[in-house]
Each structure stands twice: as C-alpha cells, then as structure tokens.
Design a protein around this ligand. Sequence first.
Ligand SMILES: [Zn+2]
Length: 461
Amino acid sequence: MKLLIALAAGALLAHAQPVAVTHVTVIDVEAGRSRPDMTVVVAGGRISAVRQAARVTVPRGSQIVDGRGKFLIPGLWDMHVHMFSALPPGTQDPAARVFFAPNFVARGISGVRSMFDDLGAIRELRAAVAAGTLAGPEVVASGPILDGAPAYWPGSIACANPEQGRAAVRRLKDGGVDFIKVYSLLSRETYFAIADEAQKAGLPFAGHVPNGVTAVEASDAGQRSIEHLLGVFASCSSREAEFARDGAKFGDSMRAAAESYDPRKAAALFAKFAANGTWQTPTLVALRTVAYAGDAEFEKDERIRQVPASIRQIWRGLLADMAKPDAAARRRQFERELTLVGAMHKAGVKILAGTDTPNPYVFPGSGLHDELELLVKAGLTPMDALRSATIRPAEYLGAANGMGSIAADKAADMVLLEGDPLADIANTRRIAAVVLKGKVYAKSDLAQMLLGARKALGGGE
Ligand SMILES: [Zn+2]
C-alpha cells in the first residue's frame, strides 16, 4: 500500500514531455512472449499506450526514441540489497545517493528491496528522488534487522525475549517500515512472537530462517520470503531430524544436509512453500562468492575499480573468513544450490531475483545481471529469469497493477536493450537507454552517472 502511494507521488513530479519508443520489440513478461514492431507511449511518468507501431499516433512534441532492432523490458528490481549498512556511521547517507543510486539506475534497476539499512538514510534517498534532484530507484525497506541478543551485526535491534521482539515490531511499524526483517540469532519463542506481532501490525516479515527454526516452521508461520536458501537443505534431508534445529544453515552441517538430499522430502517442502506463498530469494550471486572465495579470477573483474576503497576493505575481511573451508566442497555445494533453485522453480515455488549487494564481488546494479544469468544456469528460462526481476517482485509487493510489465497505466520504468534477452539473458547488460518515471536516460547519460559514482566516496582509481 505504501509503495502504491509512493508511485503515485512520483508520477506527479515525473517528466512532463511525452516519450514514444517506436518500432521496438516489447518483451511481454505477463504473456510470456515478444511483441515485435510496437510503439510505447509514455506521458506523466506512466505508460499511456502499447500498440502495433502502425496503429499509434505519437503525441505532438514527443521525445522519440528509435527502438528499431532493439528490445524493451520492464525496469528491473533487485529484491535483496543493502545500501549503507556495511559502511561506517556518518557515511551511510551520502553512500546511498552518490554511489548506490547511480549504479542501480545506470544498470536498469528501478526498484530495490532494502533488507537492512538505516531508515534515516532511506528517507533522505526517497526525498531526493521525489524532489527530482536524484535519479534513484523506488525503495521498499525493512530498516534495521531484528536479531537475537547479542546481535550478529551492529545496528540491529537485539531482541532478548518475545516481549522485546513485539515491542520492536511496533516501534518499526510507527517508524514507517514496509516489512520486518528477521535474522539468524532470534530464539524460537522470540521469532514466533515477532511473526505474530507482524501479522497483527499488518506488516509482512521476511529474511533469514533463524538457526533454531526450520524452513517448514518459518513457512507455516507466514514468513513471506526466505533469503539465501537458508534452512532449505536441512528440511530436504533424509537426516532432517539431525539438522532440523541445530542451525544447519551455514558451513559444514549445511553441506552435510545437502549431501543427504531426499527428493521426496524436497517435493513435500516445495509444495508447502507454494501453498503457503513462501517466496525464495536465493541470492545466487552472493552464494557464488562463498563458493569461489579465494579465487584469483574475482580480482580480475573490471568492476572492482568502481567500488570505493572503504567497501573493498570490508570485503577483504569477509573473504578471508569465507575462504577457510575446503574450496572443492564449497564449489560442489554451489552446484547443489543451483540444482535446488531449478527444482523449486519447477515445483511452482516463486523465485525473486536479489543479489545481497554489497557483499564481496556482488556489484550494485550489475550484480543483478549476474544473478539473472545464474538463475538461467539454475534452470529457469530467460523469460522466467526476467520475470523474477520484474512482474514477480510487483506481485510479491502487491503492486502488480502499477508496475512490473510494459502495459498501459503502469509506471514508465523500462530498459531498452541492444540484444534479445530471450535469446541470451546476458543481453540485459547491453543497455541502450533507461526510462525511469517517464524520463529517458541515454547511454551517454548512464555513462556519466557511473563515472560520478566511481569518483564518489573517494572510490575507484
Ligand atoms: Zn542481505
């Protein structure tokens, strides 16, 4: 609901000049097909018409974008991001505006689900976007995470008991969050109290499956999304009883759970997820870093030069930790994770594209394109991978009437591509232009944005 209000407010300030993207191939993520030689007309920040080019009268004075030979997809959503929680206090607010926002927009990301960030900084970002002083994504946000006491991350709300958990939910509700994020160290009692209080407050809750809770219990408690496949292998294991509540969410015991994968248990679990509406945000790109930490190939990635030194320094510490267990075992585990995502998708479990940027080598913006490729590697079709970043996030957020596909009356957030993403999902990286709230950013504008972001925070060289 809050999101729809934000979209409506954005539309008032949207770019006034009508825009027509002419003779373009529209990727229709709802019908699941491409529609060649279409013209898409945009006015007042919304799409006003999508029709066969020959049947459209382009409004007088429109900005024309020649779409011949190009492909138009809906604006992308990254459903698991952090914009500042990794940074020292005091640098969080500028980081969102000068580094993260331009990286998102320049890569076609028009919306993000913030899974733990400072609420004050989120408000600053939203205000700058609403005032038209900053090109930035829509933000759906949890604010701080709710964790056990002591909490794993600084900045969390540590909940030592059910009463503290309930009070935290009420306080965040008053603070205007869109949902509650639950974390690993919550006790069972506190977790279930938070689940209950969130439902009373009318807030969805999502995040980690705590160490002491099973994925089955989380699904039954109404958790809206599970991140990073946490707890899923334990509940698919023939040795489930051993792993159920021992925190088999990470490392060796998670790998042991994956080795005892039982397809019948898996089928029952996936049916439960589908029936309960428990979505999965696998964040494969972040899991890949865990699998390949210590691999010299990562350091050769061109994009590293765009990352501020302050973030790269945090990466070094995290990577040293990740690289400890046996590399071959970690890589085998990643192959199992890909297979698991493919199997869940096939079984009708809804998948969201999310990255967990700025984890090591998970680049803001371009990391989502890595995630789309990994989802295809996991067995999704390119169309289904695109859906996981467009219409699926819209459905998940209850906003599919106003966004998520290229259709009349929806938000004019679109990405013009130089290649067919259905032929090769890697073509989502070949961005010719971005339309954000009806305003066109040409390739040169996007390059400028990235250059500015690179210089920001004293980052890059
Ligand atoms: Zn995260």
